[in-house]
Design a protein around this ligand. Structure first.
Ligand code: C5P
Length: 139
């Protein structure tokens, strides 16, 4: 039978693996009151109209973590695609090693630098989890 239900809206979110000198990646725990509270994710956020995903990340890293980076410091690594119940998430993942400042939790989140091989100890949203092997291979 033909599926006549309307397609799910697409949500475009850009995510970033910030990498430190020890090849650890910054994870951010979603605060209480937000969807998927308590899960650990890569910093980032929704791509606003008129933005490229790289511009989104420069803005979000400033807003969420108080650090400064530049578009050329963001290297695309891979892409997540996950069908949530009410929307379909498309999420490019970038890697960034060059940024200024020390990441601070500016939105009530908890931050943790984690080696990729230990990331499975930190429960992630279903869209983020399949990205872990790419970071293990890279780092
Ligand atoms: O962060 P924000 O709540 O704006 O993200 C919108 C939705 O995108 C979340 O509710 C979550 O379902 C999804 N998301 C995700 N992984 C991320 C960021 C967002 O699955 N790293």
């Amino acid at each position: 039978m033909m599926d006549t239900s309307s397609p799910k809206p697409i949500l475009l979110v850009a995510a970033c693996a910030l990498v430190d000198a020890d090849n650890r990646v910054l994870l951010s725990q979603r605060p209480e009151g937000k969807a998927l509270a308590g899960l650990w994710e890569f910093p980032g956020g929704k791509v606003e109209p008129g933005e490229t995903p790289e511009e989104t990340l420069v803005r979000e890293l400033r807003e969420e973590l108080g650090i400064e980076t530049k578009v050329p410091c963001l290297a695309p690594l891979t892409f997540a695609s996950h069908a949530y119940e009410t929307f379909h998430l498309l999420m490019p993942l970038y890697v960034c090693r060059r940024f200024e400042g020390i990441p601070m939790p500016r939105e009530g989140q908890v931050l943790k630098w984690v080696a990729p091989r230990n990331m499975r100890d930190y429960p992630m949203p279903p869209a983020d989890e399949p990205l872990i092997p790419f970071l293990i291979d890279l780092l």
